[in-house]
Design a protein around this ligand. Sequence first.
Ligand code: UD1
Ligand code: CA
Length: 456
Amino acid sequence: MNIGIILAAGEGTRMKSKTPKVLHEVMGKKIIQYVLDACSEANINEKVMILGHGKEKIIETLKDKDFKWKEQPIGEDKPYGTGYAVMQAEDLIEDNATVVILNGDVPLIEGKTLDNFINFHKKNSNSASVLTAKLEDPYGYGRIIRKDDKILGIVEEKDASEEHKRINEINSGIYCFNGNELKEILKELDTDNSQQEYYITDGIKKIVEKGLKVGGYLIEDAIQIKGVNNRIQLSELSTEEKIRINKKHMLNGVNIIDPDNTYIEKDVEIGMDTTIYPNTFLEGKTIIGEDNIIGPGTIIQNSKIGNNNKIENSKIIKSTLENHNKIGPYAYIRPNCKIGSCVKVGDFVELKNTTIGDNSKASHLAYLGDGEVGDNANIGCGVIFVNYDGKNKHKTIIKDGAFVGSNSNLVAPIVVEKGAYIACGSTITEDVEENALAIGRARQVTKINKGKDRYK
Ligand code: UD1
Ligand code: CA
């Protein structure tokens, strides 16, 4: 069995934030969620988080996720350190388990890397293994002391001699231990170091001292082990993740005009030959088909977009669009809209909880809330579905081929039957029958010569 122990009790003071560090986001996803997902991908099925600072907020935020947690007591008089954090999970560590220890603030670690690392640990029959990388600037990290392929120890920056400081292979803070041996060395850790903390890294030295084997698994892709300690590092990792995601889509045939200014979250899917213009944000579980033109300046969240759509300077939330639609510029499609094919939703049109059938149009300046629009209907400029009476929301139903003239108010609940025609400027309060013409406005009065008198 694989157990993951995720250390996340630290205060994260350098973030200067009211939000616990691991709840900050990298490309729309919480740092801690990356770590949990990587564990799942690597078959680390039992996940134990060590929580302290910000514990309540973390548990509340992740309440529907699958993990256990242990509390690390926090306070001036309390011990501290990565070793002490691991001690909190002692009773959950089974003797024959492979225990993977991870830092909760290292988001870009990949499941595949963890998987290879666990295999490396097992295949070499190591008692402990350390995931390492070489950095041009290793400052701040623990340095790996090696003899050939054997690790002899890890020295923290603050305890390092000049000679140690020149070592550029660093400790990622990710380890594999055999359960029984880990429990043994946890009992032997002390705080005899410059920070007077229990270091988990001292556990590595203790295993070496027992004559047991510690292996180092060096990875090339050092970004995977970088931690977030401040907002500069947060933005560096976000940029790196953004470019990685964009490259993956480009290699899959998506045309991204300006990858530096295009923000696609990890779970988004995009089909071939879709083009994405700058300042576009594709978020959550959004699925986009082929041959679309999206952006510039478009935000799409948790939506499903078919093929051959053109969506410009618009925002779409939790909705579905089929094919060949033209959206925007400046359309706002709010949750639960279903748009068929060959539909036009033009400038300054807002939709909410509304379906629109094929070939229908709302070309300019309209609000369609809680509506059902059939096929081939025309919703004129300035039309409002008056859906709210101050207390309840009501439905507006416009059937196939109906034509709603400009600047009309449809006071819901209301049904406009097939082929009906609403004269512009009408306020419609009663259902309109099939093929009828409805006019609901005051008659014009024209007074001869009165215009001339207006300044008298
Ligand atoms: C640690 C390693 C260092 C390694 C680096 C990689 C030790 C002694 N040093 O240093 O060799 O290069 O990670 O990033 O392990 N935490 C707790 N409880 C505590 C202390 C820390 O849960 O009492 C958590 C933190 O929230 C954080 C993680 O452990 O998620 C790492 O702690 P941090 O203080 O950042 O360790 P580093 O000094 O970076
Ligand atoms: Ca750190």
